[in-house]
Write a protein that binds this ligand. Structure first.
Ligand code: HEM
Length: 374
């Protein structure tokens, strides 16, 4: 029995919110719930962001086929095998960043020293984006993710897209051993560069901000649970389970939710959700964070426990749209935690946790700084 309840989004639009684990997981597999809307201009929005604030496209019927094709195109780029091959390089980058942070401190801002540059370096190397362009790229990504200032968001998306478009053209003329070159070589539509630019810009966004946030959050959770941090430092075998628990836990309770309104879906047709009937075009929000704290699935959900098992959290989604960057994201988190646990067992926050602030009005809200000492 689904328990969808009516809520208002940040833009004041009506939506249905689902929060129980079993229901969220079931609805992540529901083919009648997608990202497209027959009348996008009339659709409820979740924010003013030009990226993810509203529907993607106006053809719900064609969406499953298009999404499957996009996944097929991207699959080789993020296969477990490719990530496995990248693992030593990710390790080298993570340890290099941690060592540079140690050389300059204490104290240090772990957000600037590690959490931001690692995913940026990894995604730039993977896609073949020159790292020298990272500051521009960072600015555009930040603009694009603005959930309040629509013009700023549109500008950011446009700049990011134009940048990747130019890069894709260069890769067509002068291919290298990177994902963007592979995508350009494999594209066969009428306008392959435009297709690849859209894929690449989407990836830069999907794979970057999310991972920066996940690293910040993992460090915050571990440093505010010193006994678990000590356990991890003593036994690095705990790293994979610790990664999963930091992904499940989200922000500490006091900082939570302003950013997790739920994963948006639009109903392609009228749909019965238990006692409520969702009309065609209605917005349904799948509350991943709430599902990850459902006591029926996660005993004592508020307890942060790096040995929690099983830990079937929904942080990467589930079903047909399950995150394709999951192996990469897990590898980055694991290498950061291993490098920190091995080199800085005395790591702790340099400010009280309630002084940390999430950057407001961003799609994937993170902290603007993570002051640490050791
Ligand atoms: C901790 C970091 C990450 C988190 C929390 C995360 C989360 C998610 C979630 C929840 C979805 C499902 C969206 C939906 O159902 O509508 C998703 C999809 C996706 N993610 Fe991630 N992601 C992360 C890292 C990455 C990375 C590193 C990449 C690649 C570089 C990536 C690429 C993708 C792609 C391509 C999709 C779309 C799949 C589709 O539409 O079929 N993600 N991610």
């Amino acid at each position: 029995m689904t328990t969808a309840r009516q809520v208002q989004t940040a833009t004041g639009d009506p939506a249905w919110l689902v929060e129980s684990y079993d229901e969220v997981r079931a609805l992540l597999q529901e083919r009648l719930l997608g990202r497209a809307h027959r009348h996008p201009e009339r659709a409820s929005r979740t924010s003013r962001s030009a990226l993810f604030g509203g529907p993607h496209g106006n053809d719900p019927d064609g969406e499953p086929a298009r999404a499957a094709e996009r996944r097929r195109q991207l699959a080789p780029a993020f296969s477990a095998r490719r990530v496995q091959l990248m693992r030593p390089r990710i390790r080298q980058l993570a340890t290099g960043l941690v060592d540079a942070m140690l050389a300059g401190g204490p104290p240090a801002d772990l957000h600037e020293a590690v959490a931001f540059p690692l995913p940026c370096l990894v995604i730039c190397e993977l896609l073949g984006v020159p790292y020298a362009d990272r500051e521009s790229f960072r600015r555009w990504a930040d603009e694009a993710a603005d959930t309040v200032d629509e013009q700023r968001s549109v500008r950011g998306v446009g700049a990011l897209w134009a940048y990747i478009h130019g890069l894709a053209e260069r890769k067509l003329a002068d291919p290298a051993d990177d994902v963007l070159s592979d995508l350009v070589a494999a594209a066969d539509g009428p306008d392959p560069i435009t297709d690849v630019a859209a894929l690449g810009a989407g990836l830069l966004f999907a794979g970057f901000e999310t991972t920066v946030t996940a690293i910040d959050r993992a460090v915050l959770l571990l440093t505010t649970h010193p006994e678990q941090w000590r356990a991890l430092c003593a036994d690095h075998e705990l790293v994979p389970a610790a990664v999963e628990e930091t992904l499940r836990s989200g922000w500490p309770a006091g900082m939570r939710t302003r950013t997790d309104g739920g994963l948006p879906r639009y109903a392609a047709a009228e749909l019965d959700l238990g006692e409520v009937t969702v009309a065609e075009g209605d917005l349904v929000l799948l509350g991943l964070d709430a599902a990850n704290h459902d006591a029926a699935t996660f005993p004592e959900p508020e307890r942060f426990d790096i040995t929690r098992s099983p830990n079937p959290h929904l942080t990467f989604g589930y079903g047909p749209r399950f995150c394709q960057g999951v192996a990469l994201a897990r590898a980055e988190l694991a290498e950061v935690l291993t490098a920190l646990a091995g080199r800085v067992p005395g790591l702790r926050l340099a400010v009280p946790v309630d002084e940390l602030r999430l950057v407001p009005d961003r799609l994937v809200g993170s902290v603007s700084a993570l002051p640490v000492t050791w």
